[in-house]
Write a protein that binds this ligand. Sequence first.
Ligand code: PMP
Length: 353
Amino acid sequence: MSWENNVRKVVPYVPGEQPKAEKMIKLNTNECPYPPSPKVMDALQNLSANCMRLYPDPAVTDLRQALADYYKVNVEQVFVGVGSDDVIANAFMTFFNSKKPILFPDITYSFYDVWAELFGIPYERIALTEDFRINPEDYKRENGGIIFPNPNAPTGVLEDLSMIEDILKSNPDVVVMVDEAYIDFGGASALALLEKYENLLVIQTFSKSRAMAGMRIGYAIGNEKLIGYLNDVKFSFNSYTMNQTSIAMGVACVKDDAYFKETVGKVIATRERVKKELKELGFSFPDAMSNFIFATHESIPAAELFEACKKENIFVRYFKKPRIDNYLRISIGTDEEMDTLLTFLKKYIAQKQ
Ligand code: PMP
């Protein structure tokens, strides 16, 4: 037993299931239902053996430059990592270094408390309002930093920039991180506030709107000083985190903006249609501005619907957690996939009534 006393014990984050079923409808981890741009596949074909033999560029300059050009910022303002999980973990380690608690919503991305525990960062969960909104007044207290997703996950609720600016104005002495994993599906990015607030870090990912979850690319944009500190920590941990394949495919992805916009447009159109149809079936949900809908049914418990869908090889996400244990988080798939889900739900609900 003695060696075990010295182990750093953690309760790990549990990622969504990646089922192996042959024929399934996978609406449980908010992936994009469409493939990445054909140009991304071309970039993969064009890779040489040298990209396996040699270490990748530790500064990831090509990808950072492509992102800097796209967002019209300086390359020194861009940090990249192996998915936004890696970016956020590095950012927690870099910027949340106070004895005062960091603040995040009680209903939010369930990795935040895991990183806080892992790094020994004190934290407080701030309750969202009854309708799952962030009340900025709750973030005007002593704290060691702030993080929240916008739109929030798993609720899909989008806050506007004035709310975010209110929080930034009241918290000039800590870093405020806005996790924009789902911002491309209809929200206004806090990137617009970067020039005014040097303590703002905006984090985005290629995993959702850019259809590249499997390649693991995330990034953060902030002022140069902030990004400099983030790089110091990253290079003190692991210099070569991003592999050359991801870098090359990521660059090709950023450069095909027409494809990106078309794909996001299709997901949004499907989401808006599915919202209407779910309402007709007796579901309600906070207005979703993400690539998922967080829905509860008027009579059938979410846990039951989750199991019933699973039996049909339709995978959605269910969180057995306070306040949200009667909700299903349903990612937006293709129109055909959503039709299969809706047809099944219609049949299931009818037979219960
Ligand atoms: N933030 C939020 C709010 C998320 O839902 C996710 C996806 N699980 C992530 C960050 C991490 O995504 P990735 O590491 O694939 O970029």
